[in-house]
Design a protein around this ligand. Structure first.
Ligand code: FEO
Length: 396
């Protein structure tokens, strides 16, 4: 796709990638993505913001768009808000064509830049308050670490009131019409991107939003997905809302279990009794049934998570591992945790779950309760006691 004018002397020069069905190996996509890069012409200097992914067809789209607007040798600055190779992948090619081009990165970016290029380079390192004059156009930089890499920064074009926020406020959605008012409804993709990429970094999102609070913003030009020019503040407010923590209320615990023959279910019920007796609110979820859409919100708000699984061929059941895998996108560090489960002859699942939860830096109360086949009244009392111990760890 050829360059697209965003404003006078500001162009989209990125690449469309409508085909991928998965991003970064872990993120299923159903509407492709874009790698957005931008050209900004001042009266004295030319800057490029971001490049594209490190695959030949993307690089060729980017360089072709650049050449259509300017002799690459005339590019003065390449602003890399974030060094991940989906945005820095054409840097080498650009530098070959633009020997005088100065690389601009955040202070945290230099380390990534040197390891990306595997050679010594001397970038211009910028941080909060630093600016760059292109002649009638001024770039201002905002350090925004962990959105979603340590190097991330936002770039603001003062006179045009344009924000280039890297992955922040982006989404995987490919449509050559490019602007939010032309591409149709992409709200599901926008929220999915936040949940998958930015959600673990909510505190950092709020810090970055505070830094740009009150700045006039006419256009948000992220590094993936549509350019946001229709009431752009509403996208910022969505991010703020999604990033705010739920208010402190009564301490709540969640129990998740899988159960083939009802034995682990009986243990879950006994754990719930112990938790309730001790004053914690409890919600119990059978992983064999449909789970609520806001499950991760509930997990994030809970003070304690107790997980039960039978042992099958020396392992916990797949739905239990899938639940634990979903915890990597939210903050569970420091939550109280415990495990339980019925088994036939070996019973490894409980210990494996405890190790995984320790790996997530949760406070594991243990040892967990294991019961052979049908739990006895003594087994169920041990489950109630586990519930009481979890509650004590939460309430002290
Ligand atoms: Fe789109 Fe973190 O790179």
């Amino acid at each position: 796709m050829p360059p697209v004018k965003v404003k006078d002397d500001i162009y989209w020069i990125g690449a469309l990638d409508p085909q991928p069905t998965v991003f970064d190996v872990i993120m299923p996509l159903d509407h492709g993505t874009t790698y957005n890069a931008y050209l900004i012409r001042g009266s004295e200097r030319v800057a490029v913001v971001e490049t594209v992914k490190n695959v030949p067809e993307m690089q060729e789209q980017f360089l072709s768009n650049l050449r259509a607007l300017v002799d690459p040798a005339q590019v003065d600055y390449i602003i890399l808000n974030h060094l991940e190779p989906d945005h820095s992948g054409a840097l080498e090619s650009l530098l070959d064509l633009a020997p005088r081009c100065r690389i601009v990165v955040s202070r945290n970016g230099e380390h990534f830049l040197k390891n990306l290029l595997n050679r010594d380079v001397q970038p211009m390192k910028v941080t909060d308050g630093d600016g760059l004059n292109l002649g009638g156009r001024t770039l201002r930089f905002v350090a925004a670490p962990f959105l979603h890499w340590p190097d991330t920064m936002l770039t603001y074009l003062v006179e045009d009131q344009m924000l280039f926020p890297s992955d922040f406020l982006g989404c995987h959605f490919c449509d050559e019409r490019l602007f939010d008012d032309l591409v149709g409804d992409f709200s599901r993709h926008f929220h999915y991107y936040f949940n998958t990429i930015m959600r673990p970094f909510k505190e950092h999102a709020l810090k970055a939003l505070d830094k740009i609070q009150g700045w006039p913003i006419d256009i948000i030009a992220p590094s993936h997905g549509p350019i946001l020019r229709t009431f752009p503040q509403r996208y910022i407010e969505q991010y703020r809302g999604w990033s705010q923590q739920p208010p402190d209320g009564a301490k709540k615990s969640l129990i998740f279990y899988a159960s083939a023959y009802g034995n682990t279910r009986k243990m879950a019920q006994a754990v719930a009794q112990g938790l309730q007796e001790s004053g914690l609110l409890v919600e119990t979820f059978d992983l064999g049934e449909a789970l609520p859409n806001d499950l991760l919100d509930r997990v994030e708000a809970a003070a304690a998570l107790v997980i039960g699984s039978p042992t099958f061929v020396g392992d916990a059941l797949k739905p239990v591992w899938e639940l634990l895998a979903s915890f990597t996108t939210i903050k569970v560090k420091g939550k109280v945790a415990a495990a339980f489960g019925s088994y036939g002859w070996s019973g490894e699942a409980v210990g494996m779950l405890e190790e995984r939860m320790k790996g997530l830096k949760m406070k594991v109360v243990g040892p967990g309760v294991r019961a052979i086949l049908t739990p006895t009244s003594e087994d169920l009392e041990r489950c109630r006691e586990l519930g009481r111990a979890v509650a004590a760890a939460v309430l002290t």
